[in-house]
Write a protein that binds this ligand. Structure first.
Ligand SMILES: *Cc1c(COP(=O)(O)O)cnc(C)c1O
Length: 372
């Protein structure tokens, strides 16, 4: 059967030379990648940075996980898997469930009880996944799944320990570098949870360096929440705590690879408090028009925290390292976590006036002298 022409952006078609997908294998695609890279309107100028925001929430299921999932599910299907399984704080579950549905496979997702944002669960449910809640945190759930999958026939593990996932996630770096031919950013700042994505970015940078497509390699700056910062402490955190559920991970599976990626690029790991994450999330929405989930605001929180510390203490490890052109990777959409989003802005208030009263109110908010 001849395949119908694809009109969607298909990462595997665009970057097949860098991906482990054999010729002739039909991609499982939903139009992932090619996400917007938006110049910051307020925050960048305020910090004296040429700041760009890579809006990964614009992927098919609302997070960068889709970049890895298209490759992982394509490969799983081509090798005869009938089901895919993952442990997830939510976004991997949503993505695995969608790509499995697209591929005609079954998805099984195991989630930490009470640890997943509403929007992500709704997606996994809608896509028809089997959803199993496990008492314990993400690290426990991942360890459970990894042990079980070793012996399971016809089942592919699609967590980021699967190298196909990391291969697909490298493509975000290609897109960033392709956007600035000859003038790569000085730094790429991104959240770190299980540490797969920053490892993938490290590999992507290495691909482009070897291909002669990038001589000045950007620094990779990984951001964690203070209550879940094993990359800074150097030891696993037994009870990770943060509002940012996507990075509420105490024992990152790709810690070693991530450390290597950061060292090779002369980058750094940084931890930010939850209040800074929520403030960055609010500002991204209110001042830049970009609504992200809490974890995704952490890179901007790191820049803002750095500026605050420079002001208070005269030292600023973050911006000093970030310097010049900076890309913040906004990993997931705000609709993923509606409860966190609803707390950001003004409360919803009733309005019961007539058209004239409404006119007065509108004039007031427009600053047109409504008080006169
Ligand atoms: C998965 C995820 C992260 C963390 O990525 P890792 O590869 O686990 O480090 C950050 N933000 C969002 C929105 C995610 O879904």
């Amino acid at each position: 059967m001849q395949s119908r022409t694809r009109t969607v952006s298909c990462l595997i078609d665009r970057y097949r030379e860098y991906l482990p997908v054999e010729p002739g294998v039909e991609p499982v695609t939903l139009g992932e990648g090619s996400t917007p890279l938006v110049p910051s309107r307020v925050i960048g100028p305020e910090l004296g940075l040429d700041l760009w925001l890579k809006v990964e929430g614009r992927n098919p299921t609302g997070s960068f996980k889709d970049r890895g999932m298209t490759v992982a599910v394509t490969r799983a299907r081509s090798r005869g898997a009938r089901a895919v399984v993952c442990a997830s704080t939510g976004n991997t579950a949503a993505s695995a469930a969608a790509y499995a549905a697209r591929a005609g496979l079954t998805a099984v997702v195991l989630v930490p009880q009470g640890g997943v944002a509403q929007g992500k669960l709704a997606q996994a449910v809608a896509f028809g996944a089997e959803i199993w809640e496990v008492a314990g945190n993400f690290d426990h759930v991942l360890s459970l799944v990894r042990q079980a999958v070793e012996q399971a026939e016809g089942v592919a593990l699609v967590n980021s320990v699967n190298p196909d996932r990391l291969a697909g996630q490298k493509t975000a770096v290609y897109e960033i570098l392709d956007s600035f031919p000859g003038e790569p950013p000085a730094s790429i700042v991104m959240p770190v949870g299980n540490a797969g994505n920053i490892s993938a970015y490290g590999m992507g940078l290495e691909d482009y360096r070897q291909a002669g497509r990038c001589t000045d390699v950007p620094r990779l700056i990984g951001v964690q929440a203070e209550g879940a910062a094993p990359m800074l402490s150097g030891t696993p955190v037994l009870a990770p705590r943060t509002v940012a559920s996507a990075i509420r991970i105490g024992n990152p599976a790709s810690a070693a690879l991530a450390r290597q990626a950061v060292e090779r690029t002369d980058g750094a790991f940084i931890a930010v408090p939850d209040e800074a994450i929520l403030e960055a999330q609010r500002r991204l929405a209110a001042e830049e028009g970009i609504f992200v989930e809490p974890a995704s605001a952490s890179p901007v929180a790191a820049l803002l925290e750095g500026a605050r510390r420079r002001h208070a203490e005269g030292a600023d490890p973050v911006i000093a390292r970030a310097g010049g052109r900076v890309v913040c990777v906004l990993t997931g959409d705000g609709l993923k976590d509606p409860e966190a989003g609803a707390r950001l802005g003004r409360p919803i208030v009733p309005f019961r006036g007539d058209p004239l009263a409404l006119q007065r109110e509108l004039a007031r908010v427009a600053g047109g002298g409504g008080s006169g």
